[in-house]
Design a protein around this ligand. Structure first.
Ligand code: BG6
Length: 501
C-alpha cells in the first residue's frame, strides 16, 4: 500500500489505525508493506515510524495499543520523500517499491495507491502516477498483479469538474482499478439498509408511496469546522455532506432491489434513483431548500464561537454550515413522497439516521383525543452513534379509566434493535471495512464514475444557485440547537415536523 500524503491528517487519523486493526484481526497478508510518501525531505523510515506510533497511540479508533502488534507493523512501514507534483520524483518512489517488493513473487506485487492528497494537486498527481508506469492500466479486474487507486473526497467541486476528473482518471486507469471513497458507505448501518430491506420480506411490500408518507435523512454533527476553516470555506455543507453522504443514504433507501449483491448490480440501481431525483430548478430552490450558519452558542455547557469567528473563515462569509432540502424521486415507487434531507455542524447532538415515516391509518376509531395524540409509525435506521433500528408504533396504555369518555389512551413505544446489545461489539470503523474491500477487490461500497456524476447533477444546481445569489441576511442558528427556524418552516408546510432524535 502506497500512501500519497502519508504525513497528513487522514493517514494518521484513519488509515494507519485501520491498517493496525486489520492486522490485529489477521486480515492482512504476511507480505503486506506500507510505503508512505510525503513532501518533507527531513523524514526517514525511522521518523515516519515514530510519527505513526504516536498517531496510533493517540487514536480512539484503535482498541488497546499492543506493543507486539506495533512492532510487527513498524517493520512494514517505509517512507520516501517526494514532491508528487514533480514527475521527476517518481523514480525514487519506484526504486523504493522495487526494493520493498523484491522478496515477493511477481504475481503478488499488487499495489494499492491511496491518494490522501488535497484536491488542488489531484490532477498532476494522477497524471504523474500514470506516466511513471508505477500503476499500469489493467484490462481485467482479476489480473495479477493488480494496481488500484483509491481516491478521496471531495471528488470535484461541481458537476463539470467531476466529469473532468472522471475523464482524466479513466483515460489512465480502468474503472475497476478506481475506488472513489465515500466513508459513509463503510458504516455498518448504512450497509444494513440493504440487508434490512432485501433480506426481510415484511418491509418491501410497504416500501413505497402507498404506505410511506415521507422520509427524513439527518446527518447532524456537534463539531464545528475545527481546523478545516480553509477547506470548509471552499466547500460548505452541501458539497461536504449532501453531494456524497446524504445522497448515498437516499439512494440506498430509495433504490430498487438489485438482482444480486454485486458491485455493478447495486450501483446500477443507485444511479437510477439519483437520475430520478427531480431537478432543483432556480424557481424551485427558494421553496425547497434552506441554508444557514451557526452562530455562537453553548455546547455541553461550554460557550463556542460562531462560524464567522472560526479560524480561516471570512468575517462576512456566506458559506452555509447547515442545509435542509426537500427532494422528490420521480419514479413509480416514490411519486409524491418527500425526502427531507438535513445536515449541519454544531447541532444539538451527533446523530445520523434515516427515518421512514408511514402514513396514518385511514380511519381512527379510538376517539377524538387519541387522534391528536397518535403519531404515525416510523422506522428509524440509526447510522450513528448507537447503531441500530427502531420501529415505533402505538399501544394501548393499560387501565380502563378513560372508558367512560369513549377514548382509549394510546402511547407510542419502540421496538428496538441495537447493534452493540445484539452482537456485543461495536462495529468496525468505516475505513477498516473499506480498506479491506479495496484489498480484496470488492467495489460495491465505492462510488462509480456515473454515480458520482449523477449525485452532482442533483446537487450542483443548488450550489450554483446559492453561490450566485448570496442571501441578504444569512439565517443563523445558535450552536447547540437543531438548526434555523426556516428549516422547521420548510417541513411544517407539509404538516410534518423534524424528528429530534
Ligand atoms: C466528512 C466531512 O466527509 O464527513 C466532515 O468532510 C464531516 O466535515 C464528516 O465531519 C462526518 O463523518 P462522520 O463519520 O464523523 O459522521
Amino acid at each position: 500500500m502506497i500512501i500519497f500524503g502519508a504525513l497528513g491528517d487522514l493517514s494518521r487519523r484513519k488509515l494507519l489505525p485501520a491498517i493496525y486493526e486489520l492486522m490485529h484481526q489477521h486480515l492482512v497478508d504476511e507480505q503486506f508493506q506500507v510505503l508512505g510518501v510525503g513532501r518533507d525531505p527531513g523524514q526517514t523510515d525511522d521518523t515516519f515510524r515514530e510519527q505513526m506510533r504516536q498517531a496510533l497511540s493517540a487514536s480512539d479508533e484503535v482498541g488497546r495499543f499492543d506493543e507486539a502488534l506495533w512492532q510487527d507493523l513498524c517493520t512494514r512501514l517505509h517512507f520516501v520523500s517526494a514532491d508528487l507534483t514533480d514527475a521527476g520524483d517518481y523514480a525514487a518512489i519506484g526504486e523504493r517499491l522495487t526494493q520493498i517488493e523484491a522478496k515477493c513473487p511477481p504475481e503478488q506485487r499488487n499495489r494499492l495507491f491511496y491518494l490522501a492528497v488535497p484536491p488542488s494537486v489531484f490532477e498532476p498527481i494522477v497524471t504523474n502516477l500514470s506516466k511513471s508506469g508505477l500503476a499500469p492500466r489493467t484490462r481485467t479486474a482479476d489480473g495479477r498483479p493488480w494496481a488500484r487507486i483509491v481516491v478521496e473526497k471531495p471528488f470535484g467541486r461541481s458537476l463539470e469538474s467531476a466529469q473532468h476528473l472522471n475523464a482524466l482518471l479513466l483515460s489512465m486507469f480502468a474503472e475497476h482499478q478506481t475506488y472513489r471513497i465515500d466513508h459513509y458507505l463503510g458504516k455498518e448501518t448504512v450497509q444494513n439498509v440493504l440487508v434490512l430491506r432485501f433480506a426481510n420480506s415484511i418491509f418491501e411490500p410497504i416500501w413505497n408511496r402507498q404506505w410511506i408518507h415521507h422520509v427524513q435523512i439527518t446527518a447532524a454533527e456537534t463539531v464545528g469546522v475545527e481546523e478545516r476553516g480553509k477547506y470548509y470555506e471552499e466547500a460548505g455543507v452541501v458539497r461536504d455532506m449532501f453531494q456524497n453522504h446524504l445522497l448515498q443514504l437516499l439512494s440506498l433507501t430509495a433504490m430498487e432491489p438489485p438482482a444480486q449483491m454485486s458491485a455493478n448490480a447495486v450501483r446500477d440501481e443507485k444511479v437510477k434513483v439519483l437520475r430520478s431525483v427531480r431537478w432543483l430548478t432556480p424557481d424551485a430552490i427558494p421553496d425547497n431548500a434552506v441554508r444557514a450558519q451557526y452562530t455562537a452558542g453553548a455546547m455541553d455547557g461550554k460557550q463556542v464561537p460562531g462560524y464567522r469567528q472560526e479560524k480561516d473563515v471570512a468575517a462576512d462569509s456566506n458559506v452555509p454550515t447547515f442545509a435542509a432540502v426537500r427532494l422528490f424521486v420521480d419514479n413509480w415507487r416514490w411519486n409524491g413522497v418527500p425526502f427531507y434531507l438535513r445536515s449541519g455542524k454544531r447541532l444539538a447532538r451527533r446523530e445520523s439516521e434515516i427515518a421512514v415515516q408511514f402514513r396514518s391509518p385511514p380511519h381512527l376509531m379510538f376517539g377524538h383525543l387519541t387522534r391528536e395524540a397518535m403519531r404515525p409509525n416510523t422506522l428509524v435506521m440509526r447510522v450513528q452513534p448507537n447503531e441500530g433500528v427502531a420501529l415505533n408504533f402505538e399501544v394501548k396504555v393499560p387501565g380502563a379509566a378513560v372508558a367512560l369518555t369513549s377514548n382509549i389512551e394510546i402511547a407510542p413505544v419502540d421496538m428496538e434493535f441495537d447493534y452493540a446489545n445484539a452482537f456485543g461489539e461495536v462495529s468496525a470503523p468505516a475505513y477498516e471495512t473499506l480498506l479491506l474491500d479495496v484489498m480484496i477487490g470488492e467495489a460495491t461500497l465505492f462510488t462509480r464514475s456515473d454515480e458520482v456524476e449523477a449525485a452532482w447533477r442533483v446537487i450542483d444546481p443548488l450550489i450554483q444557485h446559492w453561490e450566485a445569489n448570496p442571501p441578504k441576511r444569512m439565517p443563523g442558528y445558535a450552536a447547540g440547537t437543531w438548526g434555523p427556524r426556516e428549516a422547521d418552516e420548510l417541513i411544517e408546510e407539509d404538516g410534518v415536523e423534524w424528528r429530534e432524535p
